[in-house]
Design a protein around this ligand. Structure first.
Ligand SMILES: [Zn+2]
Length: 140
């Protein structure tokens, strides 16, 4: 088993610290109980999202993977720019649907015949040997 996969399965990737670091020196505010949780393969999606919305004074209240998609929730003070934030979050969510949660490679939509599929074909081969379903069900 690769170290990368090992990290994924043990959830040792500290997504919360990663997000906290990205939000440093931005106008974004992370709620104390935000506790960002998402797989390592999506870190560049989150990085792009933070970069896009970093100049908006918003409170991020939630970043996690929900039913195999990236879910981000926020509260905003000035509603004028809200649509820009929604667009950025929607893009991140759409990107997460076709990005391997482990290696971060783009998955072709037809490979993702199972809407809960998180891993690309290659990563799935490795994970399959471990008896995982590679979906959010593995948490339970
Ligand atoms: Zn992969």
């Amino acid at each position: 088993m690769s170290d990368l996969l090992n990290n994924f399965l043990e959830e040792s990737f500290d997504s919360d610290s990663y997000v906290k670091k990205l939000c440093e020196n931005t106008k974004l505010f992370l709620r104390l109980n935000t506790n960002a949780q998402f797989p390592i393969g999506w870190k560049y999606i989150v990085e792009e999202l933070i970069n896009t919305i970093k100049n908006y004074p918003i409170s991020i209240t939630k970043i996690n993977d929900s039913f195999s998609l990236l879910e981000v929730k926020f509260e905003i003070e000035k509603p004028t720019k809200e649509v820009c934030v929604w667009r950025a979050i929607d893009k991140a969510r759409t990107d997460s649907a076709c990005t391997c949660a482990l290696c971060g490679e783009e998955m072709r939509s037809r490979q993702r015949s199972n809407p809960f599929e998180l891993l690309c074909v290659e990563c799935k081969k490795t994970a399959g040997k471990l008896g995982k379903t590679q979906t959010w069900l593995d948490k339970y």
